[in-house]
Design a protein around this ligand. Structure first.
Ligand SMILES: [Zn+2]
Length: 207
């Protein structure tokens, strides 16, 4: 589908209007896009945004993967899709427990108490966005391949060998559980530019 920017590991793209629309379907497509955009905004309103102190806190280990944890994971997975993201950490919904959800090659996954057990020596720099820092896209250097271990939604051990883009997504989400954000991982120049965008905007009409 032409406007699918859902699977771009959290990157936020400008809504470029293409002019090649078939006239007949244009109205319908616009309606659909408006609806998706409205749902995205509603979802983002339920995700903690930069400046919220919870985003800087360290999440606690989960002792038992019970129904509460599974319900949280389901809620987060739905929210991640509505927000058109590819990963979401519990911290981002104000829950300080070590759990995140992400999309791995189109498949939804849940990881409880995740730990990186292997990182490739090879790293790559790529732009990352974050559902908690909407306006920001900054270059972040990360290992291109990782092994991550934890528990699944069923409480059973999970071990995943991941490459890009999933490797990048899980490192980003794991950072959230330690209160680390992409602005901490980028270069000084990009951080300054990002902080300019993140500064609260003056109220219209005020001087
Ligand atoms: Zn994020």
């Amino acid at each position: 589908m032409a406007h699918d920017h859902a699977h771009d590991h959290g990157k936020e793209h400008e809504h470029g209007k293409e002019n090649e629309h078939d006239e007949e379907h244009e109205h319908e497509a616009d309606e659909r896009e408006l609806e998706l955009e409205a749902r995205r905004m509603l979802a983002l309103a339920r995700i903690r945004q930069y400046g919220d102190p919870v985003l800087r806190m360290k999440a606690r280990e989960i002792e038992v993967v019970d129904d509460d944890v599974r319900r949280l994971a389901e809620r987060m997975t739905a929210l991640m899709h509505e927000a058109q993201g590819v990963g979401l950490a519990a911290t981002q919904v104000g829950v300080l427990r070590r759990l995140f959800v992400f999309t791995d090659a189109g498949e939804d996954r849940v990881l409880v108490n995740p730990v990186l057990t292997k990182r490739s020596g090879k790293t790559e720099v790529d732009d990352e966005g974050c559902l908690s820092l909407r306006e920001v896209l900054v270059p972040v250097e990360r290992p291109v391949a990782v092994t991550i271990e934890g528990l699944g939604a069923d409480g059973e051990p999970v071990k995943l060998d991941l490459e890009e883009p999933s490797a990048r997504i899980v490192q980003h989400e794991l950072d959230h559980l330690d209160g680390v954000l992409i602005v901490d991982r980028t270069d000084d120049e990009s951080r300054r530019a990002a902080q300019g965008k993140l500064r609260p905007q003056p109220v219209l009409g005020s001087r």
